[in-house]
Design a protein around this ligand. Structure first.
Ligand SMILES: O=C(O)CCC(=O)C(=O)O
Ligand SMILES: [Fe+2]
Length: 297
């Protein structure tokens, strides 16, 4: 079956059964509202708060330029100062350079005291295999207003639950079966810019049905495996995600070796399949898997 959707659904407090049967099994994206409104992180988390707890924490940040990713290192304090200065300067000056983006940082492992700020966590949306120390699989995104993640799919072809904590983001989603019209480069990036598509250069993009919408603080966005996404921050923003397989998606991901998935990704997917399919516990898999959390691809 070919899935095309013209808009994103917004559902208030989905039960885990509805989530599985109406969205995960149908590979249909959805925004879940109302479920995490009592988390204490909304009151507490700001870039300043993170930086005050661990000013010396060394982080890496990314700049997406000309289809490459440049990496830089800062302390958390240095980085938050850069963002603050940017937001102030931006009010009076239009042509200032966008700061780099702190993108895919496993912050719960680096600052474990943050885990208590996202309780109760909707574990029943995830396969039981992930319940043990689920937070180890989360990646954070901290960045300035206007930050951009160019069009891509998540590199292990996992499901993605994305939690927006502060600031808004504009997402454009393209379903996996339209990827062939988006001009892939490398394994998971795409040449087309959905905000300003160049149809002379990329004429096949006319066939695509993108969905664009805004994700607000307190929203959870679900993206099925292989969904292309382009993400523009509209404000200074804090978000995190958890990427996860079902047994079925882990097996599908292994088959992607025939579609160009790099051997390293295959290795990580093999480990996850051992966990989800053969029930090898996290305590055995995770030591081999954990380098994935710092894998830039
Ligand atoms: O929020 C962003 O800028 C990117 C999010 C993303 O690509 C993801 O969650 O996989
Ligand atoms: Fe992504």
């Amino acid at each position: 079956m070919i899935a095309t959707f013209s808009e994103i659904e917004r559902c208030y407090k989905l039960s885990s059964r509805e989530f599985q049967s109406n969205y995960v099994e149908k590979a249909k994206p959805v925004i879940i509202t109302g479920l995490i409104k009592d988390w204490s992180c909304y009151r507490k988390w700001s870039l300043e708060y993170f930086s005050k707890i661990t000013p010396e924490l060394k982080i890496y940040v990314k700049s997406f330029k000309n289809n490459t990713i440049q990496l830089n290192n800062f302390t958390l304090e240095e980085y938050t100062n850069i963002l603050e200065k940017f937001e102030i300067t931006k009010k009076s000056k239009s042509n200032i350079d966008l700061p780099p983006y702190c993108h895919d940082l496993p912050l719960f492992s680096l600052i474990p005291s943050l885990i208590k700020d996202v309780q109760p966590f909707p574990l029943n949306y995830l396969p039981e295999w992930y319940w043990h120390k689920w937070w180890r699989h989360c990646q954070f995104f901290l960045g300035a207003s206007s930050s951009l993640t160019p069009l891509h799919f998540d590199c292990l072809l996992t499901n993605n639950l994305f939690f927006q904590i502060s600031g808004r983001k504009r997402f454009t989603l393209i379903m996996a079966n339209d990827a062939e019209y988006c001009y892939r480069h490398g394994w998971r990036w795409f040449m087309v810019d959905p905000e300003n598509p160049d149809l002379e250069k990329y004429p096949q993009y006319k066939r695509v049905n993108p969905i664009t919408f805004i994700v607000n603080p307190g929203d959870i966005l679900y993206m099925p495996p292989g969904t292309l996404h382009h993400v523009r921050s509209l404000d200074m923003s804090v978000s995190f995600n958890i990427d996860w397989h079902t047994k079925k998606s882990s097996l599908n991901s292994l088959a992607s070796v025939f579609r160009g998935m790099p051997p390293k990704n295959l290795y990580y997917n093999f480990l996850l399949t051992m966990g989800l399919g053969l029930k090898v516990p996290q305590s055995i898999i995770f030591p081999f898997y954990k380098s994935y959390l710092n894998y830039v691809s």
